[in-house]
Ligand binder design. Sequence first.
Ligand SMILES: C[C@H](O)[C@H](O)[C@H]1CNC2=NC(N)=NC(=O)C2=N1
Length: 124
Amino acid sequence: MQPKISEGQDESKVKAELEVLLENGWELNGEQIQLGKTYYFKTYTKVLDLHTCIGVGSKSKNHHSKMITDFGSLTVYWTTHKPRGLSAKDTFMARYCDDQAQLIGTVGQSDAQKCGPPPSSRND
Ligand SMILES: C[C@H](O)[C@H](O)[C@H]1CNC2=NC(N)=NC(=O)C2=N1
């Protein structure tokens, strides 16, 4: 399936940028209309730092992501609502996220901040 590019975009440019992003851990959703990636961090503070960086960048570009904040990870989704599809703003912001995440310092999923073990089932 081909990614759905927003009307009025330079389709070959956006597709070329998407290809690079897809090689760098970004994934398209089922409708090929949204880009997503999860970043893992050693501390919750770093998760919140990236959340803030993305929020600040979004405000200045007037382009906003959906973000899911977890204890050791931040998942980011980009799409363009109007005209619906993927646009150069999405690819620009996805690259911005990668740059900021790298500066903050990501880790692999197995090294990310985790909750402790679940409570014991014993009653004592
Ligand atoms: C009116 C305002 O410029 C628009 O609603 C902007 C705001 N932020 C946005 N963010 C995203 N991700 N897609 C959009 O189409 C979009 N549109």
